[in-house]
Design a protein around this ligand. Structure first.
Ligand code: FAD
Length: 469
């Protein structure tokens, strides 16, 4: 008999969720983790640290209160790295502890060390100074995550050049920062530093920001980020980088249009690579894609029966939220626990820029591409009483309804609490709701959520007196 029913490699959100789900169904589970701390990118270098730093920069800069009480609450000039990182370290510590307790409470055995598959049912774990361990298991779940991609142009050994992991070891706040890559991570960090009053330049080869967003929201986000002080250099690439050895001399960069920039720190956020090296996957028959990511079927099974892979290691969408769901589905499938176990048909996206942006479902562009007639309802937070109270005057909720029957097809939010507010619309999308749901729902007053009603009436007005979408 195998030692375990399930061995999970990796203790990030995918690994934790998969392990606990199997344990809840009475399975004997082990989790292998190569780091001395649990939680992976989500707890230690990515999701929670970046979201905590965002709150810290909003707090230290007095951003939310600016202009609200007729008092100037601009940046505390003397903000230090330890002010900036204090809460990030606390939140990280609390999350690691929570994960440890969660695994212990469910009887999951923790094995520290680097895991490697030697056959379809055996994981060898190696840790310096300790004898090698062999864990046999009926099912193996690969949840080893991803790491920042490091383009060779940048000298990462220099303490002034960071990837998104190293940024958390800052020794001093930048006086001027260049962010390379305007993906979600690059945009989020650009906003945080800009809110602290630090000059930030954002460079990306794509001509528009986050092109997966509805065009109106991409443009609105760009406008708000520029208002925050982020200098956009879109449609451009970095061609040369000169990092002089003397720390006091500026880093000099040249962009593809010839512009020369001088900054004292650089953050490179140019995507992530799957952590598959050294796992022995290909040797046991697991197929890898062009970028090293594990190739999986609809229930996250790999090419080898009994081996599953979930989370960042399989690539897009590479979010903590989706990674956890994938792990649940893989475990259900592996042990035949429930049917059907499919991924939710609509996934939300939360982008923690300043301001936040969130969306679920269709955009205007995707509806036009599919030739689906639609009607748009908008509600500006400046006309929402709660928006007025909290000084949120640039926020916007946009709903997209199918013109034929007013079924909700898309929800887009920009502004305070956008990543929370989107869930009202998300549930509407999941349940096939129409405009009627928001007309008949009694929302708390005053709330930002009430914007759903306002946006719905705006759409209904357009249906009654059509003037285009
Ligand atoms: P990980 O969290 O990376 O965990 C993988 C674990 O496997 C690690 O602990 C690693 O040490 C371990 N491991 C790797 N190889 C081995 C081995 N051979 N043996 C043993 N252990 C091994 N997602 C969101 O949903 N919302 C956000 O707001 C968000 N913000 C982000 C911000 C940043 C800056 C970054 C970088 C990411 C962000 N993400 C966000 C993405 C999110 O962090 C990842 O999608 C998520 O952590 C993936 O979970 P995972 O379990 O697949 O991998």
């Amino acid at each position: 008999m195998a030692d375990f029913d399930l061995v999970v490699i990796g203790s990030g959100p995918a690994g934790e969720k998969g392990a606990v789900h199997a344990a809840l169904h009475g399975k004997r589970v082990a989790v292998v983790e190569r780091e001395p701390v649990l939680g992976g990118t989500a707890a230690n270098t990515g999701t929670l640290p970046s979201k905590t730093l965002r709150e810290t920069s909003l707090y230290l800069s007095g951003f939310r209160q600016r202009g609200l009480y007729g008092v100037d609450t601009h940046v505390r000039q003397e903000t230090t790295v330890s002010d900036f990182l204090y809460r990030e370290r606390r939140v990280k510590g609390i999350e690691r502890e929570r994960i440890l307790k969660d695994l212990e409470r469910h009887g999951v055995q923790l094995v520290y060390g680097r895991g490697e598959l030697v056959d379809a049912h055996t994981v060898v774990v190696r840790r310096e100074g300790e004898p090698e361990r062999r864990l046999t298991s009926n099912v193996i779940l690969v949840a080893t995550g991803s790491s920042p991609y490091r383009p060779p142009l940048y000298p990462f050994g220099d303490p002034r050049v960071h990837d998104s992991d190293e940024l958390l070891d800052l020794s001093e706040l930048p006086r001027a920062l260049l962010v390379v890559g305007a993906g979600v991570i690059g945009c989020e960090y650009a906003c945080m530093f800009a809110a602290l009053g630090i000059p930030v330049t954002l460079v990306d080869p794509k001509p528009e920001l986050l092109p997966f967003l509805d065009d109106e929201f991409s443009a609105l986000l760009q406008e708000r980020m520029e208002a925050l002080g982020v200098r956009m250099r879109l449609g451009r690439t970095v061609e040369t980088v000169d990092v002089p050895p003397a720390a006091k001399e500026p880093i000099r960069l040249t962009l593809s249009d010839g512009e020369k920039l001088e900054v004292d720190q650089v953050l490179v956020a140019s995507g992530r690579s799957a952590n598959t090296a050294g796992l022995g996957l290909e040797a046991v028959g697991v197929k890898l894609g062009a970028r090293g990511q594990v190739v999986v079927g609809p229930e996250y099974q790999t090419a080898v029966p009994g081996i599953y892979a979930v989370g960042d290691v399989i690539g897009f969408p590479a979010l903590a939220s989706t990674s956890m769901e994938q792990a649940r589905i893989a475990v259900m499938h592996a042990f035949g626990l429930e049917d059907p176990n499919k991924m939710a048909p609509v996934l939300p996206y939360g982008i923690y820029t300043i301001p936040e942006v969130s969306m679920a479902g269709e955009t205007e562009e995707s509806l036009r591409a599919k030739d689906i007639p639609y009607v748009v309802g908008r509600a500006a937070f400046s006309t929402n009483p709660r928006g007025q109270i909290i000084g949120e005057c640039h926020g916007l909720l946009k709903l997209l309804f199918r013109r034929e029957d007013l079924r909700l097809l898309g929800v887009h939010v920009l502004g305070e609490q956008a990543s929370e507010l989107v869930h009202v619309g998300l549930v509407g999308l999941m349940t096939g709701a129409s405009a009627r749901l928001f007309v008949e729902t009694c929302f708390n007053y005053p709330t930002l959520s009430e914007a759903y009603k306002t946006a719905t009436y705006d759409a209904l007005d357009k249906v009654r007196a059509p003037k285009g979408p």
